[in-house]
Design a protein. Sequence first.
Length: 175
Amino acid sequence: MKYLLTNQETQRLKFRLLEPYDFNVWVDLFKEENVAEFLEMDIKSTPVELCQKWFDKSFHRYDNELGGMNVLIDKETNQFIGQCGLLVQTIEGVDRLEIGYSILPKFWNQGFAYEAASKCKNFAFENNYTDSLISVVHVNNIGSEKVALKNGMTFEKKINNNFNVFSIHKTDWKQ
């Protein structure tokens, strides 16, 4: 499956595909305030409904070569930490490759998002998937903005009044 980091690893994390049995762990993300808004999902939906929509979209991506989020597993504890991956996104009518990341709240502020996002960046450029990468971040999601900036991205533009696009070009990758 194109763009997936299945069986890749970082210092602390292993990447694997999302599986239906992951649902009960992942639903906790959607219990957190603002997560639905940050992910451009219906804020009136229940956490279970939001998680189901996430899973449906994830499996659709896998099945249609649109990349997708990989589950992140802590190599030391074998715990499900979050998800990160390369996603084909259409931004203002143009298909672009995005690094997406979402970490379960109990693992926030431990560097997992940056570690995984950095691996995605390197993987995409090393495999010549694209000449540039983006991360699309809700304007109020300061944590995700910090990850994008630490990952070498710079602000590119604002879209839909609520999202900032950060990007990095391959020519700026290893500098």
